[in-house]
Ligand binder design. Structure first.
Ligand code: GLC
Length: 479
C-alpha cells in the first residue's frame, strides 16, 4: 500500500474523532522554564511512546467513558432500546465487578520495552471520573471497598504501572481527564446532563465551579506527590478551558467558561515535579507544551514539539476482535512522524483481566524487531530538509549523520538495486551503509542526488523489511 493510502486507511479506520480534540487554536507558546525546556528535548529524543486506556469500561469492551455522554454522535452509542438513565446506572456499577486478576505491569513494561517505546502514558482517570489510583478525593476509585480488586496488593494500579515502567527506564506520563462526569460539581445531579460539558453556568454558580477546581487541583496534587517522578501531565478534555463566551458558544450551546486555573495548577504541579511537561491538549497557550494531533499525521513538519497519538486497533480501549493495523503500516507511520519532527504515541487497551490482546502483543514484537535494527535512525533524531521525497523520509542526528529511510510499497519486497536519494550529500569518503548490515555501499553524487548501489546479496538478506534505513555520515554540519 502506498504511504498516502496507508495514511488515509489509518484515518478511515480511526476511532471516533471528536472535534474538541482538533488542533489547538493560536500560535504555539514556547516554554521558558529551563527545566521544562530540557525535559522537552529529552522527550523529543524518546520519539516512540506507549499509551494505554484502561478502566472498568474495558469489561464491556465499549468505548472509554463516552457511552455515558448524552450527545447524539457516533462515538457515544448505547444499546438500542435501553433508556439513557438505566444505562448510566449500569455503567456506574462497572467498578463493582472489576477484578483484573491478570494485572501484571512488569509484563506490560517488558512488551512495551521490547517494542522500542521509551515512555508510557496511562489513563489515571478518564472522563467517566473513575480513578485508576488511590485518590482521597473520591470514592469512585479502584481502591474503594466495593471494587473487588481493592484487596489485591497491587490495587493502586497507577502506582504499579508507573513503578514497573520506571524500573525499565521509561518516561512517565499521566493521562488525566479534566472533565469528570462522576463529580457532582461537574455534572450536577440538580440538572440533566445533555452533553460533555459541565451542566450549569459557572458564572451563576461560581461556588460549585470553585469546588470542582479545588477537587481537580487536589487530584493533580496527589498524582504529582504520591506516584514518584512524573515527566508528562497529559490533560485531556480540551473543552474545559477558560475562553468560552456568548460570542463563541459551541455546538452544544454552552457559553460559560470552564476555567480550571491552569496557572495555579501548573505552578503547583511543577513545584512537586520540577520540569514537568504539561500538555493542556487542544487548548493552546502556555500550558500546552506540545501539541497532540489525534489519529492523524500532519502533512508537513510542525515548527513546535508535537506527538501523534494513535490507536493500534480502531479503539482506544479494549474491544473484542479489534481491527489491528499491520506492523508495517505502524513502522511506516512512525518513520513519517519522526521525519516531520514529531513523536508517535501508540495506544493499546488492556482487557478486563489486565492482559494486552495477543494480536497487539504480536504486532508490538514485530515493530520491536524493526526498531532493534533501525532505532539508530529514530531515537534522538531531529527533522532535516527535505523531510520526505518520494518514498524517502529523512532524519538526522546531532553529529551530522543523516538517515534516508525508504518506505516500500506493499508489493515491494526488496530494496531497489540502485537508490537515488535526493537531498544532503554524505561527507566525502563517507562509509554509507544499510542499517543492519556491515557492508559498505558504493555511492556517488549525481547533482543533488546520492546514488547508492545495493548488492544483490544484501537485497536478498533484507527482504520484506517494513522500511530500510541508509546511513549517510556527515551529510549535514554537526550541531
Ligand atoms: C479521543 C477519545 C478519548 C481518548 C482520546 C485519546 O479524543 O474520544 O476518549 O481518551 O482520544 O487521545
Amino acid at each position: 500500500m502506498k504511504p498516502l493510502r496507508l495514511l488515509l486507511t489509518a484515518l478511515l479506520c480511526a476511532a471516533p474523532f471528536s472535534a474538541a480534540h482538533a488542533d489547538s487554536p493560536g500560535d504555539y507558546v514556547p516554554e521558558t522554564d529551563p527545566l521544562v525546556v530540557r525535559k522537552l528535548e529529552q522527550w523529543q529524543d524518546w520519539k516512540f511512546g506507549f499509551m494505554m486506556h484502561w478502566g472498568p469500561y474495558s469489561q464491556w469492551g465499549v468505548v472509554e467513558s463516552w457511552s455515558i455522554c448524552s450527545e447524539d454522535v457516533e462515538w457515544c452509542k448505547r444499546p438500542e432500546g435501553e433508556a439513557y438513565v438505566d444505562y448510566v446506572k449500569r455503567y456506574e456499577q462497572l467498578p463493582t465487578t472489576f477484578n483484573p486478576v491478570k494485572f501484571d505491569p512488569e509484563r506490560w513494561a517488558d512488551i512495551a520495552k521490547d517494542a522500542g517505546t521509551k515512555y508510557v502514558v496511562f489513563t489515571t482517570k478518564h472522563h467517566d471520573g473513575f480513578n485508576m489510583y488511590d485518590t482521597r478525593q473520591s470514592d469512585y476509585r479502584i481502591t474503594a471497598p466495593n471494587v473487588p480488586f481493592h484487596t489485591n496488593p497491587r490495587a493502586d494500579i497507577t502506582k504499579e504501572v508507573f513503578n514497573a515502567f520506571r524500573a525499565e527506564g521509561f518516561g512517565i506520563g499521566a493521562y488525566f481527564s479534566k472533565p469528570d462526569w462522576n463529580n457532582d460539581n461537574y455534572w450536577s445531579p440538580r440538572w440533566a446532563t445533555p452533553n460533555r460539558h459541565n451542566n450549569y453556568d459557572t458564572r451563576k454558580h461560581p461556588e460549585m465551579w470553585k469546588r470542582f477546581v479545588d477537587f481537580t487541583h487536589a487530584q493533580v496534587g496527589e498524582l504529582t506527590t504520591q506516584y514518584g517522578p512524573v515527566d508528562i501531565l497529559w490533560l485531556d478534555g480540551g473543552w474545559v478551558r477558560p475562553t468560552r463566551n456568548e460570542a463563541s458558544k459551541d455546538a452544544a450551546g454552552v457559553a460559560w467558561p470552564q476555567d480550571i486555573d491552569m496557572p495555579a495548577m501548573t505552578a503547583m504541579a511543577r513545584k512537586n515535579q520540577p520540569g514537568l511537561i504539561v500538555v493542556d491538549r487542544a487548548v493552546g497557550g502556555r500550558y500546552e507544551n506540545y501539541r497532540t494531533p489525534e489519529q492523524k499525521i500532519p502533512d508537513e513538519p510542525l515548527p513546535y514539539p508535537w506527538e501523534t497519538c494513535m490507536t493500534l486497533g480502531d479503539s482506544w480501549s479494549y474491544t473484542p476482535n479489534d481491527n489491528y493495523k499491520s506492523s508495517r503500516s505502524v513502522v511506516q507511520m512512525l518513520v513519517d512522524v519522526v521525519a516531520k519532527g514529531g513523536n508517535y504515541l501508540l495506544n493499546v487497551g488492556p482487557d478486563a483481566n489486565g492482559e494486552l490482546p495477543p494480536v497487539a502483543v504480536e504486532r508490538l514484537k514485530e515493530i520491536g524487531a524493526w526498531m532493534k535494527v533501525n532505532g539508530e535512525a529514530i531515537y534522538a533524531s531531529r527533522s532535516v530538509a527535505p523531510y520526505r521525497d518520494g518514498k524517502f523520509r529523512y532524519t538526522r542526528l546531532k553529529d551530522g549523520t543523516v538517515y534516508a529511510i525508504y518506505l516500500p510499497d506493499a508489493k515491494e519486497t526488496k530494496l531497489p538495486a540502485t537508490l537515488r536519494i535526493p537531498g544532503p550529500a554524505p561527507a566525502a569518503g563517507a562509509e554509507v551503509k544499510l542499517l543492519g548490515s556491515d557492508a559498505t555501499l558504493t555511492w556517488r553524487r549525481d547533482g543533488d542526488i546520492t546514488v547508492v548501489e545495493v548488492p544483490a546479496t544484501l537485497r536478498k538478506q533484507t527482504v520484506n523489511a517494513y522500511a530500510w534505513a541508509i546511513r549517510l555520515p556527515g551529510a549535514v554540519t554537526s550541531n
